[in-house]
Design a protein. Structure first.
Length: 283
């Protein structure tokens, strides 16, 4: 029997549980108690108990229908937004794996569970920039037998980071300290530029000639994207408007989809199935 192409896998390296500090404040992440439970006080969602919101170690691992395990294969890492679970939202509502396969991309898909069904963008262990390579190595160790390819071939995949909405925070820390190095081929933000603009700007300034950066946005993040584009212009970094014809090599694109509902952005934006559209341009 062939191994299934899609699994929810409990990972030793996972965003949560997390008992460290929050980098911006230096304060403990688990900073509150309620009804005898320890947890985190989120700015948007209030109190969330650690045992229910910050304890899911699973990641969605998916081997694309077009995966070849070659030096040109890609590993797409998808960071979900607030109020989400992998099963209900990433798989069923946003159809991320379906869009992945429909794109025809030669690659594998990896999506970590972040805060479970919570209005909280906390990054957990992804706050440590050195965590991302360890997380990917473990994911690849599961994807190799799922794909039937040697581990070395899967580990050789170039990496593209994709974030929707609040997923921008863990993604931004993956860019710090060059932890992924030249294996990082590009970054895609789907209505996700709500913070960490300086971190994104620094990465683009250093890598835009060899790696791509795409920020697609609705009215929800309009002001942040306008300010960001102006900041890049001040650095003499060219920003192209509209979906790129091809995503290979360097370049920066801004993709407005002003009339799109933020909640629907992964499934309907400048086109239906915008994730499929962008992934197909990476083939």
């Amino acid at each position: 029997m062939k191994a299934p192409r899609q699994r929810l896998v409990s990972m030793r390296h996972s965003a949560f549980p997390y008992e460290g500090t929050v980098p911006d404040t230096g304060l403990p992440f688990l900073d509150a108690t309620q009804d005898g439970l320890i947890g985190h006080q989120s700015a948007r969602g209030g109190f969330y108990a650690a045992q229910t919101t910050y304890s899911d170690r699973r990641s969605l691992l998916h081997v694309g229908a077009g995966y070849r395990g070659s030096t040109r294969s890609l590993a797409i890492v998808f960071f979900h937004g607030n109020g989400a679970t992998l099963s209900r939202d990433v798989i069923l509502r946003q159809r991320v794996a379906e869009q992945f396969d429909a794109s025809g991309i030669d690659g594998v898909l990896i999506a970590p569970q972040l805060a479970v069904d919570a209005w909280d963008s906390s990054a957990g262990h992804f706050w440590n920039s050195r965590f991302a390579p360890r997380y990917l190595d473990e994911a690849f160790s599961h994807l190799a037998p799922m794909s039937g390819r040697p581990l070395k071939a899967v580990q050789g995949s170039r990496v593209v980071l994709v974030a929707y909405s609040g997923g921008y925070l863990p993604l931004s820390y993956c860019l710090a300290d060059e932890s992924l190095g030249k294996r990082l081929a590009g970054v895609v933000l789907l209505d996700a530029l709500y913070g960490e603009q300086a971190r994104f700007e620094q990465w683009i300034a250093a890598h835009h000639r060899r790696a791509f950066f795409v920020s697609a946005w609705s009215n929800s993040s309009l002001s942040e994207n306008v300010a960001f584009n102006l900041a890049l212009a001040s650095r003499d970094i060219a920003v192209q408007t509209g979906a790129p014809q091809r995503l290979s090599g360097g370049g920066v694109w801004t993709v407005p989809a002003l009339d799109t509902e933020h909640a629907d952005f992964v499934t309907r934006a400048w086109v239906d199935e915008p994730l499929r559209d962008l992934l197909s341009r990476m083939r």
